[in-house]
Structures are given as structure tokens and as C-alpha cells.
Design a protein around this ligand. Structure first.
Ligand code: PLP
Length: 474
């Protein structure tokens, strides 16, 4: 067991290591270059019977663990969507870990509950969401979407499924586009309506949901005796950041009284910019909305902001009140344990508070605006280059493109797979891929906290040079 002086000494060393790491993160290969099992083989098969020194642990952390880390905080990380950190967020996480508070009910840390309430209100205003939305922090967007669909299920069946199970309930149907994130498929499986009842609506050439086809699908289902339940509209799909037409979808939901859940896991952060709020035209009709500050808003994973129009419905879906949790009645304080799936809750509001106050709204906007404008610049460069092709519109900070050579369409898929492999094995940058209308495309997301315009330019030059080398070596 460490004693207080030892803890102080080790903590100082760790903080120094953290500062050095972040300052020099570019020296590491962005994507970990280890092979499967390489780390596992170095970890003792049995736990130690006698405690080891912190020196030994920290040495092993450097030697065994670090080679197996992919560096999400590298400014050359352009893969997936970001999972950003920032100095204020890190400091808050250190405090949260130190307090070790479990913030399930108001009494177990009143400051956590009241800060959560306040920062969720701040976020609602910062994103231009409707005043009637009320927010709660979740771990992930997957959880928030599950909460949304469970609430929709209970509301549509007058809370009968919670009470009696599914006996006698018609086929419940949920709708989303074919480009929607897999967390919706997972939520539908968990909520028990059967994954065959998730209806994937075709998309337009822009890869956004076709609202007319949604309307047709709902009407067909009604005609065949199914019960349409909810629609999930995505703002910023994972593949290409396509934006579903919210107002038109909202009209379909309104005419059939369907729950409208909006998944803006990544793109929600762009709503900090008034010029991006065209995406939420029609939002006042939505029943629930989710976005992840832990993606693009410089807040350490995990931190998801979930907003609902009617918190009473959410609470009614999840509320269970055993004797040992009975405290002050709900009307007086917010007991967030009733607002979602887990009972235990981390103190996540602190890092959001630190991030928002340290950057300021203007500081956050500036960064997001830069990312979007660098993505646009890159997309223009790609369009102007005969050896490359832009594969999808670039409404935000994600650029999908591919390398072109003469040859059949299918050979381009392989060519781009090879290019991606070469780029990522270099350790210099990290990109991922998607399929756009069935064709293999590289995805480059420009959104890391410390990425500069120069990083984007360097990455683009490196991509062109690597592709040119492939052309020469044939
Ligand atoms: N929705 C969209 C559009 C996403 O892109 C993602 C993840 O990238 C998710 C949901 C899932 O997010 P989480 O990992 O927070 O569950």
C-alpha cells in the first residue's frame, strides 16, 4: 500500500509523464504497430501475491503497455471520429478520480447533481436546442439511444411492456436510414422487438434518409397491422457525415405520432456554430437528442449529452425505488439514477464544466470552425487532383475520398485498401475507411484537439506521395 508521501511523489511523476506525453505525442506511431497477442504475452499469467512497487508498475506501463497504445491524442489522428481530450478535461478527470464519488442520487454528491443540471442547460443553449429540452449525462450515445427507444416503447404501449412483457403487443417498428450507426441495431435487439423490425429506409444520393420513402414505409406497416414506434434521424452519419432531413422526418413523425430520436453523436458539436444549425431545422418536434462531447468537444471519453422533451416519461420508464435508495422526493432535487440504465454514475459534469469554462464558447467555436474549414480546403484539393476522387459531400469535418488508377472498379477497392494499409503502417498518420454507394473509400476526419492546418497539409502531401510510390512500384 502506498502511503501519502509516496502517493504525492508518484503523482508528481505521473503528471510530469502526462505533460511530456502530450507535448511529444507526435513521436509515437499514431496507430499501434503491435501484432495480436504481443502485449498479452508480456503480462504475467498470474496476479502477484505480494504487492509490487509503483516504480515497477510505471516502468511496465512504459515498456509493456505504451507500444500497444493507439494515440488518439495525436494531431495526426484522422481515423473514425475523434475521442478528444484537452488539458482542462484531463485536470477535471484527475479531480473526479480523486474524489471517487458515486453520483447516483442528489444526496451522494449534491454538487454533482446540480452541476450536471447547470452544464446541461448551458449545452442546450450553446447548441441552439429548444428551451423545453432537459439534459442528462450518459456514458455513450449507444446507451442514450437505447434509453430513447425504451422510452418510446413504453410510451407507445402505455408502459405495458415494463409491467407485463410483450404478450399481446403488435409488431413494433423502428425506422432509420441504411447509413445509421450500428448502435441503433444494437438498441433494437436489446429492447426486445426483434431486429427484423428495424426498417432501414433508403437514402438519397447524398446518403441522407429519403423522407418520402419513410412515409411510405410507415403507411405500409400500418396497413399490414404493425405498430410504427419511432424514427431515428442521424445528423452526421458515421460513414460520411450525411445529414438526414429533420424537418421532413419530423412531419412524418407528427402525422403518425412516432417518437423522433435524433442521433448527432459526432455532428452535435458543430451546432456550437450558428452557421451549422441548418441541421436542426425541425428539432422542436424531436422527442430526444443525443450528442457526444467526448467525440469532438475536447472532453475525455466518456461523456454523452442526452436531451429529452419530457423527462417524466424517461423517469417513468426507468424508475425503481427500493427502500435503501429512498431520499428526498424527486420534485425537490434531481436524482439522476432514475434517468437512465445504470444506478451508479461517475461525476462527468466536472470535466464538461472545466472544458466549457476554460475554452469559453468562443474558443470552442473557433476550433470547430477551423476543423470544418480545413476539411473544405482538403476536399477542394482532392477534387482538383486527377489521381483522387471525392466520394461524398463534405458538410462538416469528414472527407471521404479514394485514389484512382485506370482499371476496373473492383481493382480500385483493392488499390485503396493497400493505400490505407501503407499509410497506417507508416505510423505517421491514421485514417480509416468506409463504403460509399458500395465503393471503398478512405475517411479522413479533421477534428483532433491539437491538429493544425499544417498537420492536414502534411497528411495530404504524405497521402499523395504514398499513392505515387505505389503507382511507380506497380
Ligand atoms: N451514433 C453515431 C452517428 C456515431 O458515429 C457513433 C460512434 O461513432 C455512435 C452513435 C456511438 O457512439 P458511442 O460510442 O458513444 O456509443
Amino acid at each position: 500500500m502506498l502511503d501519502p508521501p509516496e502517493f504525492r511523489k508518484n503523482a508528481h511523476e505521473v503528471v510530469d509523464w502526462m505533460a511530456d506525453y502530450l507535448e511529444h505525442v507526435e513521436k509515437y506511431p499514431v496507430k499501434s504497430q503491435v501484432t495480436p497477442g504481443e502485449i498479452l504475452r508480456q503480462i504475467s499469467e498470474e496476479p502477484p501475491l505480494i504487492g509490487e512497487s509503483m516504480e515497477t508498475l510505471l516502468k511496465d506501463f512504459q515498456q509493456v503497455i505504451m507500444p500497444g497504445i493507439t494515440h488518439w491524442q495525436s494531431p495526426n489522428f484522422f481515423a473514425y471520429f475523434n475521442a478528444n481530450s484537452s488539458y482542462p478535461s484531463l485536470l477535471a478527470e484527475m479531480l473526479t478520480a480523486t474524489l471517487g464519488a458515486q453520483c447516483m442520487i442528489w444526496e451522494t454528491s449534491p454538487a454533482a447533481a446540480e452541476l450536471e443540471q447547470r452544464v446541461m442547460d448551458w449545452l442546450r443553449g450553446m447548441l441552439g436546442l429548444p428551451e423545453h429540452f432537459v439534459g442528462v449525462i450518459n456514458d455513450t450515445a449507444s446507451t442514450a439511444t437505447l434509453c430513447a427507444l425504451l422510452t418510446a416503447r413504453e410510451v407507445a404501449t402505455q408502459f405495458a411492456i415494463n409491467r407485463e412483457g410483450f404478450a399481446g403487443v403488435e409488431k413494433l417498428r423502428v425506422y432509420c436510414s441504411g447509413e445509421t450507426h450500428s448502435s441503433i441495431d444494437k438498441a433494437v435487439k436489446i429492447m426486445g422487438i426483434g431486429k427484423e423490425n428495424l426498417v432501414k429506409i433508403v437514402t438519397d444520393p447524398s446518403l441522407a434518409m429519403n423522407a418520402a420513402r419513410l412515409s411510405d414505409a410507415v403507411e405500409n406497416d400500418l396497413a399490414s397491422g404493425c405498430k410504427p414506434l419511432a424514427v431515428v434521424a442521424t445528423l452526421g452519419t458515421t460513414g460520411t457525415t450525411a445529414v438526414d432531413p429533420l424537418r421532413k422526418i419530423a412531419e412524418v413523425c407528427k402525422s403518425h405520432q412516432l417518437w423522433l430520436h435524433v442521433d448527432a453523436a459526432h455532428a452535435g458539436t458543430a451546432l456550437l456554430l450558428p452557421e451549422c444549425r441548418w441541421m436542426i431545422d425541425g428539432i422542436s418536434q424531436a422527442d430526444s437528442f443525443v450528442f457526444n462531447p467526448h467525440k469532438w468537444m475536447f472532453t475525455n471519453f466518456d461523456c454523452t449529452a442526452y436531451f429529452v422533451k419530457n423527462p417524466d416519461l424517461l423517469v417513468r420508464t426507468f424508475e425503481i425505488l427500493p427502500e435503501y435508495l429512498k431520499t428526498i422526493p424527486r420534485g425537490d432535487v434531481k436524482n439522476y439514477r432514475d434517468w437512465g440504465i445504470p444506478l451508479g454514475r461517475r461525476f462527468r459534469a466536472l470535466k464538461l464544466w472545466f472544458v466549457i469554462r476554460s475554452f469559453g464558447v468562443n474558443g470552442l467555436q473557433e476550433k470547430i470552425r477551423d476543423h470544418i474549414s480545413w476539411a473544405r480546403e482538403l476536399s477542394k484539393e482532392i477534387s482538383a487532383n486527377d489521381s483522387f476522387e471525392l466520394m461524398a459531400p463534405v458538410p462538416l469535418n469528414l472527407v471521404c475520398f479514394r485514389y484512382k488508377q485506370k482499371g476496373p472498379e473492383t481493382s480500385l477497392d483493392d488499390l485503396n485498401k493497400q493505400l490505407l494499409f501503407k499509410l497506417n503502417s507508416s505510423g505517421k498518420i491514421y485514417l480509416t475507411h468506409t463504403r460509399v454507394h458500395g465503393r471503398y473509400a478512405l475517411r479522413m476526419c479533421i477534428g483532433q484537439t491539437n491538429t493544425t492546418r499544417q498537420h492536414v497539409k502534411n497528411a495530404w502531401e504524405f497521402i499523395q506521395a504514398t499513392a505515387a510510390e505505389m503507382a511507380v512500384s506497380g
